[in-house]
Design a protein around this ligand. Structure first.
Ligand SMILES: Nc1ncnc2c1ncn2[C@@H]1O[C@H](COP(=O)(O)OP(=O)(O)OP(=O)(O)O)[C@@H](O)[C@H]1O
Length: 259
């Protein structure tokens, strides 16, 4: 595995009613090609701020990001738009991320058109192939997104994210709103896509059990800092930081046996 993403000493403070909140405090991490880094932390620990900075939706106060060998924070204009195809995002609530009245086909058509992946004639076939790839029937294409189930919507969101042939997906609480069975199937789909396309994931969640199921390594965030990082099994079985111990304790199935 080679280095894909390298985040170095990223800091970001918000000022809120005259007070400074350090949402990110010298955060550093790396992700190799084809690897899943789980990022876990309690509410307010800074996970979403980190994902928004990575996606270039929010400017950090300091620090640097190297992605695919480029100074990611220095990219501007057309070059940034072009390179953005390679790092895509999947949010918790796909309805908030795209127009709920839009059809499945138009949600998938946008990235293919904007990033000039396929011409107008080719796009319906590409859309059908994307739907099939995420386990949805092509007959769903004309349906408004809001008429789909939560699991189907999240599959559409994943199809949209992979449409631009990215090397990294940032998944922010991407399965948190789904029931347990649907969640398991979406995790299986993500693992399959990773195997097939060598995708890397930054998998962000407050739920350590879910993160454990999919991650090669886990980083633990607390109050804007990465307080622990290591192979997934080590972080879950032998947590070293208070924050990781609290998260493990919140997952009784992982640490206790039935009596
Ligand atoms: N726009 C903002 N203005 C002021 N403070 C903010 C803003 N966004 C986030 N914060 C604060 O920054 C800190 C980190 O928030 P962030 O949303 O990144 O955490 P999180 O780990 O993603 O939490 P959650 O899991 O609840 O989404 C929190 O203290 C939060 O209150």
């Amino acid at each position: 595995m080679t280095g894909l993403l390298s985040v170095n000493a990223l800091s970001k403070a918000y000022s809120s009613s005259g007070r400074q909140v350090a949402a990110l405090d010298t955060v550093s991490l790396t992700i190799a090609a084809g690897e899943t880094l789980g990022l876990v932390g309690a509410s307010g620990s800074g996970k979403s701020t980190l994902s928004r900075v990575l996606l270039r939706l929010l400017k950090p106060d300091s620090g640097s990001i190297s992605f695919e060998g480029q100074d990611w924070l220095a990219l501007r204009g057309a070059e940034l738009r072009r390179r953005r195809a390679r790092m895509q995002m999947v949010f918790q609530d796909p309805l908030a991320a795209f127009n709920p009245l839009a059809s499945v086909a138009s949600v998938l058509d946008d990235p293919l058109r904007i990033h000039a992946i396929a011409d107008r004639k080719q796009r319906p076939a590409d859309i059908a192939a994307l739907l099939e790839r995420v386990g949805l029937h092509a007959t769903l294409a004309p349906r408004p997104v809001r008429t789909l189930s939560g699991g189907q919507r999240q599959r559409v969101a994943i199809a949209r994210a992979i449409a631009t042939r990215p090397s990294l997906l940032v998944l922010d609480e991407a399965v948190s709103a789904l029931d347990v069975t649907v969640r398991g199937r979406i995790l299986e789909l993500l693992v399959e896509l990773q195997r097939e396309h060598g995708l890397a994931y930054l998998f962000i969640s407050h739920d350590l059990a879910v993160v454990r199921a999919i991650s090669h390594r886990i980083a633990v965030m607390d109050a804007g800092r990465i307080v622990e990082e290591g192979p997934a099994a080590d972080v879950v079985n032998a947590p070293r930081s208070d924050a990781a111990r609290r998260l493990v304790a919140a997952v009784p199935r992982l640490v206790t046996e039935p009596v």
